[in-house]
Design a protein around this ligand. Sequence first.
Ligand SMILES: [Zn+2]
Length: 161
Amino acid sequence: MSQLFELRISPEIEEISCMEPAGGWSSNNTFRIKLKCGNCKDDTKFLPLCMEKVTKSPSCNAHIIHKCRCKNVGTVQIVSLLHGHLTKNGHIRIMKLECKKMEPVDVAFDFQWQAYDKNGNLSDEFEFTAGVSPRFNVAQNMTTQQPQVTGLRGYFEVMDG
Ligand SMILES: [Zn+2]
């Protein structure tokens, strides 16, 4: 019995089209996620979810294997990377996860990000910090308004199959 989740970022966005880890999706960044045990409902601490494993070996068995105090063993597998494009609904799709016996409840992003505006200009690197309003400058051809990302928040959406 497994369940699919989509990791998304929900920012208030002006004038950007895409967000990604600084250096791109093949860079060696580690997300950290917190899981809730499907048996005893305990939360784990933040566990590393390494991007490097995904890009080098997309078919490896599980990216996280965690044994709870209640002896339940849960797994998290990254099914696909969604490359950070902004949807019409205003959220940024990061990756799809398949989880067994545990579900993801929180995420931390401990690395720098970059973004593209609607004209394809790349931003400076900026920190993903929930609850604050990082500004970032478009590196080239910046004429009018500065793209701005505020209220960054990562969350997991339950997917149907
Ligand atoms: Zn448990």
